[in-house]
Structure formats: structure tokens, C-alpha cells
Design a protein around this ligand. Structure first.
Ligand SMILES: Cc1cc2nc3c(=O)[nH]c(=O)nc-3n(C[C@H](O)[C@H](O)[C@H](O)COP(=O)(O)OP(=O)(O)OC[C@H]3O[C@@H](n4cnc5c(N)ncnc54)[C@H](O)[C@@H]3O)c2cc1C
Length: 435
């Protein structure tokens, strides 16, 4: 075997690509993660809000998130890390989800939570005000654009309480968490190559042969996996793998705002992640006594699909809109002139659920379309993909008879047909970042 031959090449070294490399290396495969950026997790992972929450619109979605939660909780164990290694931390401050007309008080999700034994508490309005005395609990829905003359006007009545999930929170530093997985992978023999862009994915008789890099270097491998995040569509196209796909992926531009907490409030000392579909934003504490604000993608907002190699990374009106939307709930929130936060890309499918699948090109697989909501699931996705590849490479027809994946920490099997590229659009989805 020469230096440029591997069992598996993984295009991408974000949190999901790294997790797949880790699992396959543990199974004894010679893996190489290739990334065009200079380090692991420098792509869209680096700007992830890294929120760990357990409520999704489908039972499989909730089960996968709950399984993933356990790996974040036992991060050192998952990584088999030496005792003194520095690791990303899990701020387990819980998630508070407002009960709104839009989410129907999470009625559908509660049925899934009960099935899976996920703990939660019903909070009254008074309980919310005890923790967040600076909140205005008026209803503002439906969400509006800033130019709407009714923006910021209460629409009648108040929030109907909330659901609090004690298990949940956010990871301190998503890029560093990816670096943790890189080191874990290298400890079990996996390799990484940075500053190298995959330009071609040669095939022969509809079977993948490996990859060719921008500088002409050829790397041979019988298995190639597309984990290229917002570039996944480009990678599928050069592999000729998009032909039979019923679900596609596109890069969607997203802004996240960081705004100082109101004067006199030490926000990170008590606040959890808060999801508030009435004002169409989610928020969480961010370092420097800031509040991080992300969008829940209400229908009135336009979606800006872009070329992942050429998009505007400056803040726009979306930043101000996010801050003003949270300002409805927190009247004391100042909206500063200096915009802080980030601009990055989601890799979005039609139903905002990911694709974890094989393809029509033998040996070529994809873990993409993460739709702004798969950071938390990365450790599970790594295991799912490693098993799926073994399943398919040993001759099983996953398209005809989808593999079942038994979760390690939750008593539940996931039918991987749910994440197939051939699926019909899943109408149970919220068709938003909530999945
Ligand atoms: C603003 C934002 C907020 C988010 N918040 C959350 C959240 O709170 N919770 C949650 O669960 N999820 C969240 N997500 C989603 C989550 O971050 C992603 O699902 C996850 O990080 C995707 O990881 P990945 O490894 O698939 O992709 P990426 O991290 O994008 O990695 C893909 C890598 O592929 C490389 N690449 C691409 N093309 C090539 C090529 N031709 N050759 C070589 N390398 C290539 C890129 O350089 C990149 O490093 C958020 C995402 C964003 C953008």
C-alpha cells in the first residue's frame, strides 16, 4: 500500500466529518479526512451555536438527539481522552421552550419525549418571570419584518408558559470540540490533511476510485464520503452522485447576533437556552455577558441561498432584525451600533432533515444536508455512517431494505430510510432550523 492509498477518504473535517473518521478508524479502517481549510472545524462548524436540545418534530429526531446528548455529557469517555487533555465543555444550563400558538405548546413533541423517557417540566408564566423578571410575556406573533408598521406591537394575550428541559445546553467552543475529535482519531490511527481542496472524484464502471486534489495529487480509496457541509452539493456534482437524489442540498446564508445583556444582569449566571417561536428567535448566554440570538426562520423572512465560495460575510438588516425581535421579549435590551456575532452557511435540504446515506455511485457515501441542526448529533452521525458503510460494503441493499441503527444510549432503533436521499419530503418537519 503506498502513501496515497486509504480504505476511506472523508471530504471535510468539520464536526461530522471528524466524527465519522473517528468511528471508522476505531473499526480498523485506514482513514484520511481532507479539508481545504487549515484546521479541523474551521468551516461552518466554527460558527455553530452548538446548542444541544432534545425536541425535534419526529420521534427519530428526538431519539437521535437524546442519544447524542449522552456523548457530550461523557465527552472525555467518548474521546477515550488522556486524563489531562483540555476538552471543550458542555454548559448544561437546560433549554426553555416557550409554549406558543405556533408550536401548539409542543404537544406533538411531548408525545415523543414521553415515549423516549426524556425528562421535562411544565413552567407557568410565574415560573418564567421568577427566572427572567426582565421579560415581557406578551404575544407578538406572527413574526414580522422590520418595515412592518405593526412590528413590536403586542398581538393580544400572553405566552402560555413554557417547557423546561434540564438536559440540554450548549458546547463552549464547537471548533475546539472538533479538534478534540481529530486528536482522538489520530490516537487510533486516522489521518488528516489540511489546506487541500478536493477537485475531482474519479469513478470507473460507476465505482468510486478516490479523489484528486487541486494540486493534482491523486489519493486512491474504495470508499469516499461527502461531509463537505455547505459545499456538499458541489462534491455530489463532481462525483456524479446527484442523479438519483430526490432530496438536494443548498447553502443558505445565516446571521447570528451577539448583544450585551441589559445593564445589571449577569446573564450567564442563570439563563438557559431559550427557544421562542412567538418572536421567532432562539437565544443563549455567550461569553462577555452577551446574549447570542439566532433565527427560527419565520415564513415572513426571505431565504438567501448562495454560492458557498462567494457570499457576503458582512452583517445586514438580518442582524438588526434578530436583535429587535428579542428586544420585544426583553424591553431593556440595548441594540448597539457595533454589530457582533457571525455570518455563516447552513447546508439545507427541502425538509430540513439531514441525508445520511449511500449513493448511486458504488463506494461513495454522503453525510450532508445538516440544515443548521446537526452539530449535537455529530457523535451519533459518526457511528451511523460507520455502520452504514459496513452494511453496504458487505453487499446489503440499503436502498431496498434500509438499515436499522440501534442507538447506544436510548432504547430505540432508527430506520435510516428516514435520512435517505431517495425519501419523499418529510411533511412532519417544521421546515425550519428546528428540523
Ligand atoms: C450559524 C450556525 C448555527 C448553528 N447552530 C447549531 C446549533 O445550535 N445546534 C446544532 O445542533 N447545529 C447547529 N448548526 C449546524 C451545525 O453547526 C452543522 O450541522 C455542523 O457543524 C456541520 O458539520 P459538518 O462537518 O457537516 O460541516 P462543516 O463544519 O461545514 O465542514 C465541512 C468541511 O468540508 C470542507 N470542504 C468543503 N469542500 C471541500 C473540498 N472540495 N475539499 C476539501 N474540503 C472541503 C470545508 O472546508 C469544511 O471544513 C449551526 C450551523 C450554523 C452555520
Amino acid at each position: 500500500m503506498n502513501n496515497n492509498t486509504y480504505d476511506v477518504v472523508i471530504v471535510g473535517a468539520g464536526i461530522i466529518g471528524a466524527a465519522i473518521g473517528y468511528e471508522l478508524s476505531k473499526k480498523g479502517r485506514r482513514t484520511l479526512n481532507i479539508d481545504m481549510l487549515p484546521a479541523a472545524g474551521y468551516g461552518s462548524t466554527s460558527n455553530s451555536c452548538a446548542i444541544i436540545r432534545l425536541y425535534y418534530s419526529t420521534l427519530d429526531g428526538c431519539a437521535m438527539a437524546y442519544d447524542g446528548y449522552h456523548y457530550w455529557k461523557e465527552w472525555a469517555n467518548y474521546l477515550q481522552a488522556p486524563q489531562k487533555e483540555l476538552l471543550a465543555s458542555f454548559n448544561e444550563n437546560g433549554t426553555l421552550v416557550m409554549k406558543t400558538t405556533l408550536n401548539d405548546g409542543l404537544r406533538k413533541q411531548i408525545a415523543h419525549l414521553d415515549t423516549l423517557g426524556i425528562p421535562y417540566e411544565h413552567w407557568s408564566k410565574e415560573q418564567i418571570m421568577e427566572s427572567y423578571p426582565f421579560y415581557n410575556l406578551s404575544n407578538f406573533a406572527p413574526a414580522k419584518i422590520l418595515d412592518d408598521p405593526d412590528f413590536g406591537e403586542p398581538s393580544g394575550g400572553q405566552l402560555d408558559g413554557a417547557i423546561f428541559f434540564p438536559k440540554g445546553g450548549y458546547i463552549s467552543d464547537p471548533q475546539f470540540a472538533t479538534k478534540n475529535i481529530q486528536l482522538a482519531t489520530e490516537r487510533v490511527g486516522g489521518q488528516f490533511r489540511f489546506n487541500s481542496r478536493v477537485r475531482e472524484i474519479p469513478t470507473h464502471n460507476a465505482k468510486v476510485q478516490g479523489v484528486v486534489l487541486d494540486d493534482g495529487t491523486r489519493i486512491d480509496a474504495p470508499v469516499v464520503i461527502n461531509v463537505a457541509g455547505p459545499h456538499s452539493c458541489q462534491i455530489n456534482a463532481i462525483a456524479g452522485a446527484e442523479k438519483d437524489m430526490n432530496i438536494s442540498t443548498r447553502a443558505l446564508r445565516q446571521e447570528v447576533a451577539h448583544v450585551s445583556a441589559p445593564d445589571g444582569i449577569d446573564y450567564s449566571s442563570f439563563a438557559s437556552v431559550v427557544a421562542d417561536s412567538d418572536v421567532a428567535v432562539y437565544s443563549r448566554p455567550e461569553i462577555g455577558n452577551n446574549i447570542l440570538i439566532g433565527s427560527e426562520d419565520p415564513p415572513c423572512d426571505s431565504h438567501e441561498y448562495v454560492d458557498p465560495d462567494n457570499y457576503d460575510s458582512n452583517f445586514s438588516d438580518q442582524w438588526t432584525l434578530l436583535a429587535q425581535r428579542l428586544g420585544q421579549r426583553i424591553p431593556g435590551l440595548g441594540i448597539p451600533n457595533n454589530m457582533k456575532g457571525c455570518v455563516d452557511l447552513y447546508d439545507v435540504t427541502e425538509d430540513w432533515l439531514p441525508i445520511y446515506d449511500r449513493s448511486c455511485v458504488e463506494g461513495y457515501y454522503m453525510a450532508c444536508g445538516s440544515s443548521g441542526n446537526q452539530f449535537k448529533n455529530a457523535p451519533v452521525a459518526g457511528k451511523v455512517m460507520a455502520e452504514l458503510i459496513e452494511f453496504c460494503e458487505s453487499g446489503n441493499d440499503h436502498d431496498k431494505q434500509p438499515m436499522l441503527y440501534r442507538l447506544e444510549n436510548v432504547n430505540h432503533d432508527i430506520n435510516l430510510g428516514t435520512f435517505s436521499r431517495l425519501r419523499e419530503i418529510n411533511q412532519d418537519s417544521t421546515f425550519s432550523v428546528l428540523g
